[in-house]
Design a protein around this ligand. Sequence first.
Ligand code: WT7
Length: 653
Amino acid sequence: MTDQLTSMAAHAPSDDVIAKAHVDAAKYDSMYAASIADPDGFWREQAQRVDWIKPFTQVRDVDFTLGNVHINWFADGTLNVAANCIDRHLATRGDQTAIIWEPDDPKDEALHITYRQLHSNVCRMANVLKSLGVGRGDRVVIYLPMIPEAAYAMLACARIGAIHSVVFAGFSPDALGARVNGCDAKVVITADGAPRGGRVTNLKDNVNKALLNDFDDVTCLVVRRTGQQVAWRGDLDVWYHEAAETVSDDCPPEEMNAEDPLFILYTSGSTGQPKGVVHTSGGYLVYAAMTQQITFDYHDGDIFWCSADVGWVTGHSYIVYGPLANGATTLMFEGVPTYPDASRFWQVCEKHKVNQFYTAPTAIRALMGQGNSFVEGSDLSSLRLLGTVGEPINPEAWNWYNEVVGKGKCPIVDTWWQTETGGHMMTPLPGAHATKPGAAQKPFFGVKPLVLDPASGAVVEGNGVEGVLVIADSWPGQMRTVWGDHARFEKTYFADYKGYYFSGDGCRRDADGDYWITGRVDDVINVSGHRMGTAEVESALVAHEKVAEAAVVGFPHDIKGQGIYCYVTLMNGQEPSDELRTELRNWVRSEIGPIASPDVIQWAPGLPKTRSGKIMRRILRKIAENDFGALGDTSTLADPSVVDDLIENRAKA
Ligand code: WT7
């Protein structure tokens, strides 16, 4: 019934949209079929989007068998990713804007950086890194605000063959330190301060806290953004603007192998330790470029805006690598959607005549809550397409985005993908599919989704079915390994369902064969589109001296999608209090970062455990959801009375 209703509500693309689109319905069907029937032929052709220094002869060498997992694409080819994003465009579009930079404060001047300027800025940054001893294969951590230097730094690493690891500037010193240590970085690139929403984060202070005691061999390159006073670590710190004056603005790109790592990006899993997702050069770039062009129906001259931060994979693929590989104009926004007020996104769309706009459901819900007047004051006639990413979007938010922002004329692409996948895996294509509010809908070319029965692992055939989502075969943008821990890579993604890549998500295939993501099936929660391992928050909590034990679950949250609900058992003799609650909240913020801030802390004299001592999270989830009727079987609990206590105190939390 729901399926019928939702398919009746499908929004078919207009004739204008279809006429302009790179891919219409017939082309989607034939291209998709070809991509599955002959992946080698399909990807050999698609890989020509990229300029190869030495052309590849092998398309792919892939094995998903546990114990022998390896993923290689275009492995005997060589290229340089930065040259593909910059140099090859210079002859035809040297004076075209590559990056539009919109500062936090709308009164400050926006920048238009041409491809030629991008070239010289990236070369300078590359030469500065070289002068600091960075070479092929070395790791560089980038901890910067959303300023052009963040893109320069990423591309400079790519140019000289160094591997970057961008750490979101909202992460705490501890989280930063763990990542610097995890990838053994030689240099950290940061700024004095990061203005965001009218407030400044003292980034350099955070770096000092992260590095001061343990990292006296790590150089810190500091970009001047705010001009504020900063504390210096002696010779270990270098001002970027000073170093840049002493180097040339030309730096020849290194010839890299297709499978040389391009970047590491740390992301949460179901254990306490974030894992370093490794993406390599050739396949990643092909996939980022192709998806940016086709999913967003990008055409030459369009202005493309992805509102993510470069600290997440979305920013890597759809602010920097995908758009620039395509010679696009990409917009980089330093601020937040609600500063100076809730019209900012739409003001920026008007100011820069944005054609494609890509954001997260959490932002859409927050802005929807502020009322339509904030949208109606801006001229949004340049918009042709809207996109969302990061979490399932509820139909109310989808409809608002469609009607109030898109005026019913912009197709919405609801793109399902992951840090691990490098680029879009499922999404409707704007000229090919009638969209359904909340559906990620169709696999992208070369992607073979399967629904499995979670218990037996058997493939669930047919439509109108539900289960866990796996991908049956590789695609060029797939992550290759976990940095320094290939066994963990195999165990996380290939052990539960043999022979498949396991996404960690549940999904439904409706009566029409369209896919709907139902959310994570592991202990990962999705807070405002950001992934958070519940185990990470638990380890932060138990690291506090007054905490004996903690269990963390997600619960439905109107704006954030999911909120963080913590059950905390205190050490003997500790008294619960509101002050302690605040202390613990601040503690988690300082251990991980503000995005991990607990929404609810409930004091729990005991946690529901099985006789073997395993915490029954299913019950804790239900209590957090206020759903006491559906607790299920509690008979295996060692002490069923703890549940009554938790329910009784639910309201007080
Ligand atoms: C998880 C990946 C990759 C971009 C940002 C998040 C959820 C992502 C959707 C969507 C429903 C989505 C999944 C996925 N997710 N996009 N369109 N609809 N759920 O990257 O931090 O690696 O998180 O985000 O649960 O597994 P990430």
